[in-house]
Design a binder for this molecule. Structure first.
Ligand SMILES: Cc1cc2nc3c(=O)[nH]c(=O)nc-3n(C[C@H](O)[C@H](O)[C@H](O)COP(=O)(O)OP(=O)(O)OC[C@H]3O[C@@H](n4cnc5c(N)ncnc54)[C@H](O)[C@@H]3O)c2cc1C
Length: 361
């Protein structure tokens, strides 16, 4: 039996950032990972806002592959471009970033347990007992940073995700222009209910993918996307995967001293499927709440993160539900109207990848 203040399940980026923040508060933390290595093994585009990375406190610079200076938004026939002077986001080597987050947590004093799949969870006399990798972990607080199929959410009986999309991505030899922008394709024939993308990794490589609310349309969308881009399997460099993305937070992310953070909680922007920045932000909120709890106060993680970010998640959902359900002709009309009414200028000058409008943090 090992005793800790907190047991965190899942050593990917959010688990690493959360564990580091807990340890920085002086808490004794066990971080459990089911694999023999931390991380999500690159199953992610890993495009993260500059502000999100800077606020994370992680030394992310060594993991940056590409600086991004805007986006080209394509409808079926209409498109517009947004250009920023400073890099607005970075494309990361995701596995290196995950490992960095976890290494920084260890440096802060977190004890990492690899090959430790959380298998059972029970509560006795106010303490959690979690079995993983042949060890028993005893702690006051358990945090699930264990992603989409969260063990902690399942064992804790948390409500299911209200919405998610199915995604496919691979890396291709693809020299896109401009080479410092993300291309987003809104087209119901490619990606029903969501969008497709190309994200540059270097001058000759791009991450090409799509996500859809209709899993059975994924393969047809993939063929159409490759055809549209003039690509075939022979251009594929690898890194191919299918995965799902939760699009909105669960109705409940805290039960007593069981907390969910990151994808496990569904703390994801429903306009992009991006969860790294908000997972990190919510990990910091969890650390504040748990520090306060160990001082003898009520554990108010749910109130803290919802107080800070619930409106932002709702705003993303509002945009998602209005834009991504439009039929193709209406998508073109909406993009045409946006272009004429100065939306590119507004995005360039006042937009924020995470909070939609700047200075809303
Ligand atoms: C196609 C695609 C593209 C994406 N692109 C972006 C993007 O560009 N930008 C962005 O911000 N986000 C993106 N995302 C989302 C992003 O990948 C997630 O939001 C992010 O990985 C969440 O991190 P996490 O640490 O919460 O969960 P995960 O990265 O899923 O990590 C969960 C960890 O828990 C471990 N684990 C699970 N169960 C157990 C258990 N029982 N015991 C022990 N360990 C366990 C896993 O092994 C893993 O290490 C994308 C997702 C997909 C699918």
């Amino acid at each position: 039996m090992r005793n800790f203040d907190c047991t965190i399940v899942g050593a990917s980026c959010v688990g690493g950032m959360t564990a580091k923040a807990f340890a920085a508060k002086g808490l004794d933390v066990a971080l459990l990972e089911e694999h023999s290595q931390p991380g999500k093994f690159n199953k992610c585009t890993a495009l993260v806002s500059r502000s999100g990375l800077e606020k994370s406190g992680v030394d992310f610079r060594p993991t940056v592959l590409k600086e991004i200076h805007g986006a080209v938004i394509h409808g079926p026939r209409v498109s517009f471009s947004v250009t920023t002077k400073k890099p607005v986001a970075f494309v990361l080597d995701r596995q290196a970033f995950d490992e960095k987050c976890v290494a920084e947590a260890q440096k802060q004093g977190v004890e990492l347990f690899l090959d430790s799949r959380a298998e059972s969870l029970s509560k006795h006399d106010g303490n959690w007992n979690l079995s993983a990798g042949g060890n028993d972990f005893h702690s006051k607080v358990v945090v699930g940073c264990d992603g989409l199929s969260s063990f902690v959410a399942r064992e804790g009986g948390f409500p299911a995700f209200p919405h998610f999309v199915s995604a496919w991505e691979a890396e291709f030899s693809y020299a896109q222009a401009p080479a410092d922008k993300v291309h987003v394709f809104l087209d119901q024939a490619l990606a029903q209910g969501f969008f497709a993308w190309t994200v540059p990794v270097d001058e000759t490589t791009a991450r090409v993918g799509l996500a859809t609310i209709n899993p059975s349309a994924l393969n047809a969308g993939k063929s159409r996307l490759l055809q549209k881009l003039g690509l075939s399997d022979s251009n594929k460099k690898g890194r191919e995967f299918n995965y799902s993305i939760p699009l909105f937070p669960r109705e409940q992310t805290q039960k007593d001293t069981l907390l969910l953070v990151g994808d496990a909680a569904g703390q994801v922007k429903s306009t992009t499927g991006g969860g790294i920045a908000f997972g990190g932000y919510c990990g910091l909120k969890a650390a504040d709440a748990v520090e306060n709890y160990f001082k003898g106060n009520a554990l108010d993680y749910e109130e803290r993160w919802r107080g800070a970010f619930a409106k932002t998640f709702q705003l993303h959902w509002l945009l998602h539900s209005h834009l991504f359900s439009l039929p193709n002709y209406a998508l073109d009309m909406a993009l045409g109207f946006a272009k004429l009414s100065g939306v590119p200028f507004l995005l360039e000058n006042f937009g924020d990848m995470d909070f939609i409008f700047r200075n809303r943090a």
